[in-house]
Structure formats: structure tokens, C-alpha cells
Design a protein around this ligand. Structure first.
Ligand SMILES: NC(=O)c1ccc[n+]([C@@H]2O[C@H](COP(=O)([O-])OP(=O)(O)OC[C@H]3O[C@@H](n4cnc5c(N)ncnc54)[C@H](O)[C@@H]3O)[C@@H](O)[C@H]2O)c1
Length: 397
């Protein structure tokens, strides 16, 4: 039974903390006191059925605090960092300050624990950290979960990857031990565990997300062509995806890729490609912007200036509780210059968007809207199908 500290109890930190708290002593450190209060009442601060179930029904060795003590750090065998790394548009790079600051604190406290970064980081980041803070062990374990299924994806992981310094044999043992802790908490049998050099592990994360974003962008460009030439997108995609090399999955058109990770991770990989010949990596970010502009232009062509455009939900996925970097924001920005916009979003109350009105009553929203944009279809709109504009061809995420 190991002593583990997890910094940051969001989608990544909380799911990992719960997974590990089944068989280890876990202390979760979360600066948001509202989240700490909820968690101490065994209530999940995020929408995730498995997290809710585990908090309620499982015996977990899990203690949640706003601030760690020196004693906690001294006793820890592993310290996991799962704090945000947002994209800083001015620096054209991830803002890694939340991770940097924790590592600096641990370095000053002469922490002996193995530090594992779960946050997504720029390529080459850990090499720089190790130079800045010599003598501490910093490993990287990329996280592949989906929001809304964060714990489920850790109970049944596609793979477990841990990156270490290949010139240091001791680190291989530490990396393998950590991978085993994750495996012990999982329910899936025969989990593929990949222990590799740290820079390759960093690469796996950004290349995986950029590939997935590219796939979304590709099917969206297929859909652009079909819209422009009045073709049936569904038939084209079904025909394409019958080829097992393409596969009938992750091929549903949308208003553009969005969410917390794809927009920022594609931009970060693009920044890391500076000086490396390429055209594909650069163009993925651009393709997504073109898609959003095309959708907005299509709506402007379908409506007249007196029309009211309704936006049904700001979420990216149907089963989600957050709307970080949703594709719809950029579409709203373009449309709001030429049309009146009303938004129906019952889950997110503390938000205002320039030149837009929020309509909290669904029936009034339906009546007032001349056209309703919906990224993922919802039965609640079945009585106003003639008003609905969506590119959700297959009715799935
Ligand atoms: N959300 C995903 O699907 C996903 C998937 C893979 C990787 N990631 C990466 O993991 C990281 C975290 O993502 P997330 O979605 O869990 O973020 P999140 O915003 O849901 O959670 C981060 C949490 O960290 C807390 N926090 C910030 N600074 C802190 C500090 N100094 N000490 C303690 N707590 C602190 C915040 O209050 C927040 O609750 C990011 O780098 C992200 O790119 C996210």
C-alpha cells in the first residue's frame, strides 16, 4: 500500500485518485474549496457516473484537502500532478505554470517521492524541468480518458504509458512500479503497458490527440463538400468506413472539434513543429476554423437578417457537463454580427456571451427561434425538427 498525493482533482486527477484509492492511501489536493467541500460529502463535482458510484459505494482510502502539509510530502511515495495546462495564445505555447509551481515547491521541500506528471505538456518539457530541478525524479504518464467517462476509461484503459529517462535503470523500475499501481486499480484484464523514454511518451499524447482531431476535421471536410454539392453525407461516410482500414467509428460530422483538449493540444503540437518540415500538422488547426466559418456562412445563407438564430446547448458532447472551447463559440461570434442569437443552456448559469441572450425556458426558446443549431441531436427538439440545423448524421458523439 503506497502513499500517493494527487494535485488537482479535475477529470484527470479525480479519476486517477479514486482508481488508486481502492488499494493505496491517497491524499487529493485541490485549490477549489467548493470542490473539496463536495468531495468531502462524497459528491462528485463533475458529471461522471462511475465517479459518483465509486464515491458513494466503494471503500476508498481517500482524503481531500485544499493544502498539503510538509508531513504529507515527506511521507509520499508518489506525487501525481494533474493541474491545467491551458494554451496561452500570446505565447503560442501551453501555460505550464501550475505544474512548474508545484514542482518548484516539491524541489524546495526536497521531496523524495517519484513525481508523475499526468497533465498534458509541450514536447521536451520534462527535459527542461529536470535541468531546472536536478535530483528529483519526474516521470510522465499521458492520460487518454474521455470527459464524462473519466473513471470508466481508467478502469478499462486502452493502454498505460509511463515515460522515464532511458539512461537511468532505477527510473525504469520506478516507472514500471507506477504502471503496476494503475493496473492494480483497473478492472480490464491484459492491459497493454508501455514503458518508454520520456520524450517519446510526451509525443504519444500530443500525436494521439492531433490524430483524433485530424480525423474529426477530415470527416467534417467530407461533409463540407457534400453540403456544397448537395450530396448525401451519410452514404459517403458509410461507404468509406466499410473499409476496415478506415473503420466505422469516430466519423460523425460536427460543427468542428472542440472541448478542453483537442483545440489546445493541436496548437501546441503545431508550435512544437516550428522548424520541422510539415504541412499536415499545421493545417489541422486551420481546417477546424474553416469548418466553423463554413457552418456560420451556411446559416447566414439559410436565414434573413430579421431571423432569430437559436443555439441549443453550448456543450460539445451530449453526455457532458462542460463547454470548454466548444466549436459553437466561434460560430456564434460570426453569426452574432449579423443575426439575433438566443441560447438555451440550462446547465451553465454563470456565463455571458457578447451580443447574445440566454433563454432559460425551452418552450419559449423553440417558439422564438427561426432556426435552431444543435451540435448533437436531442429528442427534446423532436417537435421542432423543421427548425433544426445539425450535422449530427449518425446520432452519436
Ligand atoms: N479533460 C480531459 O479529457 C483530459 C484528458 C487527458 C489529459 N488532460 C490534461 O490533464 C490536465 C488536467 O485536465 P482536467 O480536464 O483534469 O482539468 P480540470 O480543469 O478539470 O481540473 C484541474 C483541477 O486542478 C485544480 N488546480 C489548479 N491548480 C492547482 C494547484 N496548484 N493545486 C491543486 N489543484 C489545482 C483546479 O482547481 C481543477 O479542479 C490538463 O493538462 C489536460 O490537458 C485532460
Amino acid at each position: 500500500m503506497k502513499n500517493i498525493i494527487v494535485f488537482g482533482l479535475g477529470y484527470v486527477g479525480l479519476s486517477n485518485a479514486i482508481l488508486l484509492a481502492q488499494k493505496n492511501n491517497v491524499i487529493g489536493i485541490e485549490i477549489n474549496s467548493d470542490k473539496v467541500e463536495l468531495l468531502n460529502k462524497k459528491i462528485s463535482p463533475i458529471k461522471d457516473d462511475k465517479i459518483t458510484e465509486f464515491l458513494k459505494n466503494k471503500k476508498l482510502n481517500f482524503c481531500i484537502k485544499v493544502l498539503e502539509s510538509k508531513e504529507d510530502i515527506k511521507n509520499a511515495d508518489y506525487i501525481i500532478i494533474a493541474t491545467p495546462t491551458n494554451f496561452d495564445e500570446n505565447k503560442n505555447y501551453f501555460d505550464t505554470s501550475s505544474v512548474d509551481n508545484i514542482i518548484e515547491k516539491l524541489f524546495n521541500l526536497k521531496a523524495k517521492a517519484n513525481i508523475i506528471i499526468k497533465s498534458t505538456i509541450p514536447l521536451g518539457y520534462i527535459k527542461k524541468l529536470r535541468k531546472r530541478f536536478p535530483g528529483i525524479t519526474i516521470l510522465f504518464s499521458p492520460e487518454f480518458l474521455r470527459e464524462g467517462r473519466a473513471l470508466e476509461d481508467n478502469l478499462y484503459p486502452s493502454r498505460i504509458i509511463v515515460g522515464y529517462d532511458i539512461n537511468n535503470k532505477d527510473e525504469y523500475i520506478k516507472a514500471s512500479e507506477f504502471a503496476n499501481l494503475l493496473r492494480q486499480g483497473a478492472l480490464k484484464q491484459d492491459i497493454s503497458i508501455l514503458i518508454m523514454n520520456i520524450e517519446e511518451a510526451e509525443s504519444v499524447k500530443l500525436f494521439s490527440n492531433t490524430y483524433l482531431a485530424m480525423r474529426v476535421a477530415y470527416f467534417n471536410e467530407v461533409d463540407d463538400y457534400a453540403i456544397k454539392h448537395n450530396l448525401n453525407t451519410k452514404d459517403i461516410i458509410k461507404g468509406m468506413c466499410a473499409d476496415p482500414r478506415i473503420g466505422d467509428f469516430y466519423n460523425n460530422p460536427s460543427f468542428g472539434y472542440g472541448g478542453y483538449c483537442f483545440p489546445k493540444d493541436t496548437k501546441q503540437l503545431k508550435a512544437n513543429y516550428s522548424g520541422v518540415p510539415n504541412s499536415l500538422i499545421d493545417s489541422i488547426v486551420e481546417s477546424n476554423m474553416i469548418r466553423k466559418e463554413f457552418i456560420a456562412k451556411t446559416i447566414l445563407e439559410k436565414t434573413v437578417s430579421s431571423d432569430i438564430v437559436g443555439i441549443y446547448r453550448l456543450l460539445m458532447k451530449s453526455n457532458s457537463d462542460n463547454c470548454r472551447s466548444s466549436a459553437i463559440y466561434d460560430i456564434i461570434k460570426i453569426l452574432a454580427k449579423e443575426r439575433k442569437i438566443i441560447i438555451f443552456e440550462p446547465n451553465i448559469l454563470e456565463i455571458s456571451i457578447e451580443n447574445c441572450e440566454f433563454e432559460t425556458n425551452l418552450e419559449k426558446f423553440k417558439k422564438r427561434s427561426d432556426i435552431i443549431l444543435v451540435n448533437r441531436c436531442d429528442e427534446k427538439l423532436s417537435d421542432v425538427q423543421e427548425k433544426v440545423f445539425t450535422r449530427d448524421i449518425f446520432g452519436r458523439d
